[in-house]
Design a protein around this ligand. Structure first.
Ligand code: HEM
Length: 401
């Protein structure tokens, strides 16, 4: 085996987390399939460095996502330190049953019905930013919006969103907290959702938790522990990711005033902007699987029981699938990006995330002919290996040119 171009330690350095793309290209060019050292905390439940196969070619990522029998999601690693997450850490038949039940509650109709309320919150948040000369779009907008939306959907008071954010951050952060601190925060979150589920069993409401309590497929329904698991998943999988989609999209557009004007004139391009952002700056970067049998990818043998890391972010920049992958372009075929995964685990919240990004962009285009960078510099997040996004993104939204 030849030496890797980058070492394990480098993978977790702030500069690589802030911009992993040159390293993905280096690793992909070095070998179709690399066996890398992931730093401590890179896999949920593992607090020491661990070796894993790194899937960075589009064809391999696609192949593994489609072959869920061989590349399993439930493995003994999850649940050691952090709780197992429903769905994401499940395989069939458990996954199939759970997904059917959750699909009954988390419907397109529910998302559609929420859109007018999302638009109201969007305008409320934008109003606040519009009065000041410069706003950190992350703190003032991209963080609060998804938390308020999921809280509203679940039926939880909007004021609690600051606690939500803390729980979600704690779950994802790998370097800034002790295992004990993380466990305490996770227990608090589970207790909170447990109380919510119990309350909805006594008295229902017009919300997703009630729909989960009432969901029934062929006489089967969800236990409270499963509802708690789903709420945690929605909070964790849905917030940081949507926050980063919005931040990354605006971070790209602020440097493209030409495109801003084009979008103001032609809103049919909004969906392509969202999809191209998802491809080029994938908010969710990587997740692990475990092999249930000996297998092969790109001509390399992978033994049974191996940890495999799927790099959605790297696959979305594979030049073999997306020519000139580092260029933001609206004229490509974007149906194949894997930013929301693929196959049985395809993101349940994709339509919701898309709706939030679309309502956001349309509202900003309606109100502001000009968007500029602020004086304070933008800073990428550098603590989580899971996500790609900004820690701060100061912008100026101007009502006249
Ligand atoms: C831009 C925003 C988002 C991105 C980039 C994203 C990304 C992903 C990805 C890549 C997966 C597949 C995981 C796998 O392969 O195992 C996934 C699954 C999932 N996502 Fe999202 N997500 C986003 C927003 C949301 C939202 C808003 C929600 C819910 C409120 C959500 C809920 C879920 C759930 C429940 C799953 C698990 C599905 C399953 O295993 O069957 N996501 N997401």
């Amino acid at each position: 085996m030849t030496t890797l171009p980058i070492s394990a330690d480098q993978l977790s350095t702030p500069s690589v987390i802030a911009n992993p793309y040159p390293y993905y290209h280096e690793l992909r060019e070095h070998s179709p399939l690399n066996y890398v050292f992931l730093p401590a905390g890179a896999v949920a439940g593992i607090n020491e460095p661990i070796r894993a196969w790194a899937l960075m070619r589009y064809a391999d990522v696609y192949g593994a996502l489609r072959n869920h029998d061989t590349f399993a999601s439930s493995h003994s690693l999850a649940g050691k330190v952090v709780p197992r997450l429903a769905l994401i850490h499940d395989d069939p038949p458990r996954h199939t049953r759970f997904r059917h039940l959750v699909n009954k509650a988390f419907t397109l109709k529910r998302i559609e019905a929420l859109k007018p309320w999302i638009a109201t919150v969007v305008n409320e948040l934008v109003d606040h930013m519009a009065v000041s000369k410069e706003s950190d779009i992350m703190q003032d907008y991209a963080i609060p919006l998804p938390v308020r939306v999921i809280a509203r959907m679940l039926g939880i008071p909007g004021e609690d969103y600051v606690r939500f954010k803390l729980w979600s951050d704690t779950f994802l952060a790998f370097s800034s907290m002790t295992p004990e601190e993380r466990a305490k925060s996770n227990q608090e979150m589970m207790a909170y959702f447990g109380q919510m589920a119990a309350a909805r069993r006594t008295e229902g409401a017009e919300d997703l938790i009630t729909a989960l309590v009432e969901a029934n497929v062929d006489g089967e329904s969800l236990a409270d522990t499963e509802i708690i698991g789903f709420c945690m998943l929605a909070l964790i999988a849905g917030n940081e990711t949507t926050t980063n989609l919005i931040g990354n999209m605006l971070g790209i557009l602020v440097d493209r005033p030409d495109l801003w004007q084009q979008l103001r004139a032609d809103r049919s391009l909004v969906d392509s902007v969202i999809n191209e952002t998802l491809r080029i700056e994938s908010p969710f970067q990587r997740l692990s699987r475990i092999t249930t049998r000996d297998t092969e990818l790109s001509g390399v043998s992978i033994p049974q029981g191996s940890l495999v890391t799927i790099y959605y972010g790297a696959a979305n920049r594979d030049p073999a699938e997306f020519p000139n992958p580092d260029e933001f372009r609206l004229d490509r075929d974007l149906r194949n990006h894997v930013a929301f995964g693929m196959g049985i685990h395809y993101c349940l919240g994709a339509p919701l995330a898309h709706a939030e990004a679309s309502i956001t962009l349309n509202a900003l285009l309606d109100r502001f002919p000009v968007m500029q960078r602020g004086n304070i510099p933008a800073i990428r997040q550098t603590t989580s290996l899971m996500v790609y996004g900004y820690q701060q993104l100061p912008l100026r939204l101007l009502t006249s040119k």
